[in-house]
Design a binder for this molecule. Structure first.
Ligand SMILES: CC(C)(COP(=O)(O)OP(=O)(O)OC[C@H]1O[C@@H](n2cnc3c(N)ncnc32)[C@H](O)[C@@H]1OP(=O)(O)O)[C@@H](O)C(=O)NCCC(=O)NCCS
Length: 142
């Protein structure tokens, strides 16, 4: 897709941050709803805990607004789990998701990064060099 002048300018204004600076539960919930990323976000306190307890949180900002987010749980040695990657629709397909994943991969170097995808995002992970695995098991939360 050719980059419009408007989108190129938007891209130049993006600011990447590590950590919780500027984040609030409300901002996270709004981004999840807009992306859309289907998560149980009706309890702001639980949403905040998801980020406080993460090993690593990366965010992207556009003119003071939260435009992208990703977090990782990692032991720093073997295993890392990428959770809840979301990019604001106005800046999707501009390389923001790629930049977030590449930054996370860099910070989790040496570990295996796993994640759960969705029908709409599987093509993205394929483009990012992830491989679908058949040997994963999951037990739903009770
Ligand atoms: C999936 C998502 C994070 C991608 O972010 P993005 O900033 O739009 O992605 P990028 O622009 O960095 O794309 C990187 C590459 O993946 C491709 N891509 C992006 N989304 C894609 C999709 N849904 N299907 C196939 N390819 C996709 C891009 O074309 C680009 O390809 P290129 O390397 O050939 O240029 C974003 O669309 C999103 O937030 N979706 C809703 C929430 C979601 O599904 N999150 C994942 C949870 S599992």
């Amino acid at each position: 897709m050719p980059l419009t002048e408007e989108k190129r300018k938007a891209l130049e204004k993006l600011e990447f941050r590590e950590g919780l600076e500027g984040l609030t539960p409300a901002r996270i919930i709004t981004l999840f709803r807009r992306a859309p990323l289907l998560r149980a976000v009706d309890d702001p306190q639980r949403v905040w805990q998801m980020y406080e307890n993460a090993s690593l949180v990366l965010t992207v900002w556009y003119e003071g607004q939260l435009a992208g987010i990703a977090r990782v749980l990692t032991d720093g040695v073997l295993h890392s789990y990428l959770c809840d990657l979301a990019v604001e629709p106005d800046v999707q397909r501009l390389g923001v998701g790629r930049a977030l994943v590449e930054a996370l991969l860099e910070r989790c170097k040496g570990t295996e990064l796993v994640l759960r995808d969705s029908d709409i995002s599987s093509g993205f992970y394929e483009r990012m060099g992830f491989r679908r695995v058949e040997n994963a098991w999951m037990r739903a939360a009770k």
